[in-house]
Design a protein around this ligand. Structure first.
Ligand code: NAP
Length: 492
């Protein structure tokens, strides 16, 4: 099967395009082929989106929202099918696949509700017989660039606020995971979105991504991916004066204080660190533990790690699926070797896994390092795999300092029973998301999602905050005095 672009409400035919294989990371099987589009395809999609946007912006927002209710309904109806496709193309275990699809469904209904809000402000004017208000205005054609680790949820965080606010979009999914985008394009088509409102263009970041960023008629780029790519996107976007929203890498930590419930902490750490084989942007890759409970926590982690079944995520009993591809395996193993050279103590794991039951997939053993120095490379750089580094500290202040020492600022967590420590931590942890007595993952769609420092550039996906990316504020003054009133001058 060949996946082709969805542009202007129809499927592009194959033409003379090149295709690349989409591979199931659980067993190396080719699932389908996907088009490698070029500048021409992007231009065609942008022309369609631009034509459609004028009309779309005039459709009343509650009517635009009706399409989202329908999209949510169809996603709900197909939840199991979508989750199976997601697990096949990306590898996360089926339970997490269902969770991710549910996130998309939640986002559809939540943003549909915004169709009847999209709140602006009415405020008093400083002058008599004058009315002042602000409204959210759509921006135009927006470009969405998404990563492979959440092939559907992230796209819904971006595309749903974009369309409810009156924009039209071009979505470029990661080349590793185009199948969910194809499934979503089918849904956009079935609900009858006007042609050109939703467009999906497949292809590499270098070709399609660059063409989108440089296209003069794309006004906003909303990007999620690595910090390295994000920096490049921002530089190029800046040159073209684009509004660029970036959600990038993380180096998230769980802090475990000496009064914590250690069983709960261990459970939270393993779920955050090894879920999605450590490839969530919010994955826990550092555990900052109080000296008094370090030994006990290590024992509990090792004990609970014995229960982690590794294999194809479609098997309901499996807890840790494969990583995305061979180069991810190589990168993760490279970091494990670096950790050993840096003097960290390997307590468990540290191997690429092979064997008949794993059928040629890309599996890495859940890995636990202890005695890791806070400033070593494995404690500072994003590994994006199932590897935990334990770092010992003496106090909450030191724990917070270590947490904040990295270049990223996405998610952090603290396990403590002391309400004072919990509140100090949530104030002082320099991350966009903080959890108390839970791991570093588990965001809900009605709150802003994003991070500080190298994780983001001040924008947020999800929640009402997502609307800020896809709207401009317009301030409107209506003077009904019948005379010229000059602000700041005619104040008597
Ligand atoms: P990536 O390599 O940066 O790719 C992300 C997207 O950017 C893909 O669609 C990719 O396309 C595209 N891209 C690559 N080069 C580009 C270029 N020169 N111009 C424009 N677009 C380009 O990241 P990834 O490996 O897919 O995803 C993992 C990273 O995403 C991790 O660092 C993770 O922490 C981060 N992430 C962050 C969040 C968050 O919300 N903060 C959420 C999820 C993931 P192709 O791959 O098709 O070439």
């Amino acid at each position: 099967m060949k996946l082709n672009n969805y542009i202007n409400g129809s499927w592009q035919d194959a033409g003379g395009a090149d295709y690349t294989a989409v591979v199931n990371p659980a067993n190396g099987e080719t699932l389908c082929e996907v088009r490698l589009s070029g500048m021409q395809d992007v231009d065609e999609a942008v022309k369609a989106a631009k034509r459609a946007q004028k009309e779309w912006a005039l459709v009343p927002a509650p009517k635009r929202a009706d399409y989202l209710y329908e999209i949510g309904r169809l996603m709900k109806e197909r939840k199991e099918h979508l989750a199976q496709v997601l697990t096949k193309e990306m590898g996360k275990v089926i339970e997490e696949g269902r969770g991710e699809v549910q996130e998309g469904i939640d986002m559809a209904f939540y943003m549909a509700g915004e169709g009847r809000r999209l709140f602006g402000e009415t405020v008093p004017s400083e002058l008599k017989d004058k009315f002042a208000m602000s409204v959210r205005a759509p921006i135009g054609v927006v470009g969405l660039i998404t990563p492979w680790n959440f092939p559907v949820a992230i796209a819904t965080w971006k595309s749903f606020p974009a369309i409810v606010a009156g924009n039209t979009f071009i979505w470029k999914p990661a080349t590793e995971t185009p199948m969910m985008a194809y499934e979503m394009a089918k849904i956009f088509d079935e609900v009858g979105l006007p042609p050109g409102v939703a467009n999906v263009v497949f292809g590499s970041g270098g070709e399609v991504g660059t063409a989108m960023i440089e296209h003069p008629d794309i006004r906003v780029i909303s990007f999620t991916g690595s910090t390295e790519t994000g920096r490049h996107v921002a530089e190029l976007g800046g040159r073209h004066l684009k509004k660029v929203s970036l959600e990038m890498g993380g180096k998230n930590a769980v802090i475990v204080m000496n009064d914590a419930d250690l069983d709960l902490a261990a459970e939270g750490i393993l779920w955050s660190a090894f879920g999605t084989a450590g490839q969530r942007c919010t994955a826990c890759s550092r555990v900052i533990v109080h000296r008094d409970v370090k030994k006990e926590l290590e024992e509990r982690l090792l004990e609970q790690m014995k229960g982690l079944t590794i294999g194809d995520g479609l098997d309901e009993s499996v807890k840790v699926g494969p990583v995305i591809n061979a180069s991810a395996l190589e990168k993760i193993h490279g970091y494990v070797e670096i950790g050993k050279k840096e003097g960290a103590k390997l307590l468990a794991g540290g191997n690429v896994l092979e064997g008949d039951s794993l059928k040629g997939g890309y599996y890495y053993e859940p890995t636990l390092f202890t005695d890791v120095k806070w400033d070593s490379r494995i404690a500072q750089e994003e590994i994006f795999g199932p590897v935990i580094s334990l770092i010992e500290v003496d106090s909450l202040d030191e724990a917070i300092e270590v947490n904040n020492s990295v270049a990223y600022g996405l998610s952090s967590s603290i396990f403590t029973r002391d309400v004072n420590q919990a509140f100090r931590a949530q104030r002082d942890l320099d991350t966009g998301i903080v959890y108390v007595n839970a791991g570093t993952t588990g965001a809900e769609i009605h709150l802003p999602f994003g991070g500080t420092k190298g994780t983001g550039n001040g924008h947020r996906d999800s929640g009402v905050a997502a609307l800020d990316v896809f709207t401009e504020w317009k301030s409107i003054y209506v003077d009904y005095s019948g005379k010229l009133q000059r602000a700041q001058i005619d104040t008597e």
